[in-house]
Design a protein around this ligand. Structure first.
Ligand code: PEP
Length: 258
C-alpha cells in the first residue's frame, strides 16, 4: 500500500505575510484529513515562517529547488544543507526550471543525489512538452528523464518501502501545467504504468518501483482530482495554482484519502 501524497507548489507567489495568513487558514482543514502525506512548498523566503506555523502538525514542508553543492561561491543559490535545516522535502526538476533555467537531466541527477545525501525526500518532476506529445515522443522523453535524472542513486532502507520513501515522482505533462487543460486520468495512468514504473524497475528493481509514490500534476482542481486518484498507478498530486486556494486545495487533499 502506497500512502497517498499531495503537495502544493506555490511557485513564485505569496509574500511572507500572505503565506502566514494562508497557512494559518489552511492548517485546520489539512490536519483533519488523515492517511494522506500533505506537503506545502512555499518560496524560500517564507520557509521559516511557514515552518513555525506547521510545527506540531502532520503537514510537511518543502522547498521548490536547491543547488547540489553543500556550500560555495554560487551567488543566489541555496544549498541542500540549508534546505535540510528547514524542510524535509524538495521539488527537483520542475518543468519551469527545465524550461526557463536550463535545468538538464544531469543537473537533476546531481540535485536528487544531494537531496538524498542530506536526508531530504525528493519530489522529482518529469513530463513531455506539447511538441513532444504531439510527435508521439512521450515515452521516450519521460523514460530518459527518469533514467538519466535518477542514474546511480542508492535508495537505502531496510526494505523496498522505506528505501522508496525518499523518492516521489511527479508526472507533469508540460502542456497541462497552468493551462486548465489537464491530461486524461487514464492517459496519465498509462504513462505511469507503461513508462515510469518500468524505468524505475530498471534502476532500482521491481519491489522499489512498486513502492515509489507517483503523482500526477497539471491543472489538478477540486473538480477533477478524484478521477486521477481513482487510477491504480496514481498515488496523489503535485498541485500548482489550486494549492493557493483553500476551497480548492482542501477538497483535493480529501479526495486523495484512500
Ligand atoms: C505545478 O506547478 O507543478 C503544477 C502542476 O501547476 P498547476 O497545478 O497550476 O497546473
Amino acid at each position: 500500500m502506497r500512502t497517498p501524497f499531495v503537495a502544493g507548489n506555490w511557485k513564485m507567489f505569496m509574500s511572507v505575510a500572505e503565506a502566514r495568513h494562508l497557512v494559518s487558514e489552511m492548517v485546520p482543514g489539512l490536519q483533519a484529513v488523515e492517511g494522506v502525506e500533505k506537503v506545502l512548498c512555499p518560496p524560500f523566503p517564507s520557509l521559516l515562517a511557514v515552518r513555525a506555523l506547521l510545527e506540531g502538525t502532520d503537514i510537511g514542508l518543502g522547498a521548490q529547488n536547491m543547488h547540489w553543492e553543500t556550500s560555495g561561491a554560487y551567488t543566489g543559490e541555496v544549498s541542500p544543507l540549508m534546505v535540510a535545516e528547514l524542510c524535509h522535502y524538495v521539488i527537483i526538476g520542475h518543468s519551469e526550471r527545465r524550461q526557463y533555467f536550463c535545468e538538464s537531466d544531469e543537473n537533476v541527477q546531481r540535485k536528487v543525489q544531494a537531496a538524498l545525501t542530506h536526508g531530504l525526500a525528493a519530489i522529482v518532476c518529469v513530463g513531455e512538452s506539447l511538441e513532444e506529445n504531439e510527435a508521439g515522443r512521450t515515452a521516450e522523453v519521460v523514460s530518459r528523464q527518469i533514467t538519466q535524472g535518477l542514474a546511480g542513486l542508492n535508495l537505502t532502507g531496510t526494505d523496498a518501502e522505506s528505501g522508496a520513501a525518499s523518492l516521489i515522482i511527479a508526472y507533469e505533462p508540460v502542456w497541462a501545467i497552468g493551462t486548465g487543460r489537464a491530461a486524461t486520468a487514464q492517459g496519465a495512468n498509462a504513462v505511469v504504468a507503461d513508462v515510469i514504473r518500468p524505468a524505475l524497475a530498471n534502476l532500482f528493481g521491481d519491489p522499489t518501483a512498486q513502492a515509489v509514490r507517483v503523482l500526477y500534476g497539471g491543472s489538478v482542481k477540486a473538480g477533477n482530482a478524484a478521477e486521477f486518484f481513482a487510477q491504480p498507478e496514481i498515488d496523489g498530486a503535485l498541485v500548482g495554482g489550486a494549492s493557493l486556494k483553500i476551497a480548492e486545495f482542501i477538497p483535493i487533499v480529501q479526495a486523495a484519502k484512500a
